[in-house]
Design a protein around this ligand. Structure first.
Ligand code: GLU
Length: 407
């Protein structure tokens, strides 16, 4: 009764660990939630007010999204990238995840996925019956592919179209891609289509965010939304910005949108206008400051002879690798960690790593972002004392992981 390809799937690892963690909590046990990746901060007050004001909006909105919202998004993207985008290039969806899914459904070719990649890209490719190809990366290249890696991958696929999914700052590695210009050369040479997943772009800790769209705009679909920078994951609002050269893809995705979700919830779209048109730089600055301090705290205190990882550069993840030979797979190891310490983290195998590699994803978001944010200003130096005060579960989780690794 159920298709084989669907039977072979499991719940998405991120949402599954969220539900497991919550059910452990409900049973009265303590769990440190380093599994799910969700912003710890409140949605900015002015945006919440807009949502309240617009609760009465009840009509179906245009399939591609409310004109005023698309205007706000195209303005936001144009300012951010110094490229002029029109409202017609923007498509709004119920989370960028759903738009990605529709892209997989439309696209006919091979999906190129750097290892590591976010958990849902591969299952979406499988559901859409596209072939996918992992591209191995190295810690010293910040876990991003080199231009050479991409070239080798596409040389094997001469007769197919290629869609590369590049996510920076990256989930799960927490790294920011530094070789965009190099990558753009090979993208242009082989006319590769790129989905630039920029959902963590506002949370780039150092330097200004840079996008592949700056280097090869005609090949790049930009993907972003409210979930990560605005603390509004549960609102489910994302968008794509298509280059005019990829209008055919946009038109097909629009047809699929009309046959599936119809249009995104009206009140959410009205509220999102202010998210993309008003100034939230103070909120974003504070969010980054807190996340960077906590990421560095985890990195500094967890790193040891037994645990290696790169430094945090953006988003809210780190990728600790445990140097032990006790387990057959990283998922077996993560179950042992959860059982023995109550710390939930995800195995690297969920992100495309070989299951024998004892690498994991740690989301350092288990703290009350509202309290933390209201206690600091731009000049606050966030030291260990403040982290102990406002992120005690992060501190405890790090201690528990460290002592587990020593036994
Ligand atoms: N992106 C988040 C994560 O990787 C959760 C959202 C999701 O997977 O749908 O944990």
């Amino acid at each position: 009764m159920i298709k084989d390809k669907i039977k072979a799937l499991d719940l998405s690892a991120t949402l599954k660990i969220n539900e497991i963690s919550k059910s452990i909590e409900l049973s009265g046990k303590e769990v440190i939630k380093f599994g799910f990746g969700q912003s710890p901060f409140q949605v900015p007050e002015d945006i919440v007010e807009e949502l309240k004001k617009n609760a009465h909006q009840k009509s179906y909105l245009p399939i591609q999204g409310l004109e005023k919202l698309r205007e706000a998004i195209s303005g936001y993207e144009s300012r951010k990238k110094n490229i002029i985008f029109s409202t017609d290039q923007v498509m709004v969806g119920p989370g960028s995840k759903e738009l990605m899914f529709l892209l997989h459904i439309c696209f006919n070719g091979k999906i190129l996925l750097p290892t590591p990649s976010w958990v849902s890209y591969k299952p979406q490719a499988i559901i859409a019956e596209n072939k996918y190809q992992w591209i191995k990366t190295k810690a010293e290249n910040l876990w991003f592919p080199t231009a050479d890696d991409i070239e080798k991958a596409v040389l094997n696929n001469e007769k197919t179209e290629n869609l590369l999914i590049l996510n920076s700052p990256n989930n799960p590695s927490g790294q920011v891609c530094q070789n965009l210009e190099d990558l753009s050369k090979v993208i242009l040479k082989y006319n590769i289509t790129v989905l630039s997943d920029e959902i963590y772009s506002e949370l780039t800790f150092q330097n200004k965010y840079n996008s592949l769209a700056k280097f090869c705009p005609d090949n790049v679909i930009i993907s972003n939304g409210l979930s990560k920078w605005c603390g509004a994951g549960g609102w489910r609002l994302g968008y794509f910005v298509f280059p005019e050269a990829l209008n055919h893809l946009k038109n097909s995705i629009k047809i699929l949108a009309s046959e599936t979700f119809s249009a995104v919830s009206a009140p959410i779209q009205y509220a999102a206008i202010s998210a993309f048109s008003k100034d939230h730089s103070e909120y974003v600055l504070k969010s980054k400051k807190i996340l960077y301090s906590i990421g560095n705290f985890v990195h500094k205190n967890l790193k040891s002879n037994n645990i290696i990882m790169n430094e945090p550069m953006g988003g809210f993840y780190l990728m600790p690798e445990f140097l032990n030979k006790k387990f057959n797979s990283s998922s077996e190891m993560c179950s042992d960690i959860l059982n023995k310490t109550g710390v939930a983290i995800l195995p690297g195998s969920d992100f495309g790593f070989d299951e024998k590699k004892m690498i994991t994803r740690l989301s350092y978001t288990d703290f009350d972002g509202k309290k933390f944010m209201s206690s600091i200003d731009e000049n606050t130096d966030i030291d260990d004392e403040l982290i102990n005060q406002f992120a005690p579960k992060v501190v405890e989780g790090v201690k528990k992981l460290k002592s587990w690794s020593e036994n």
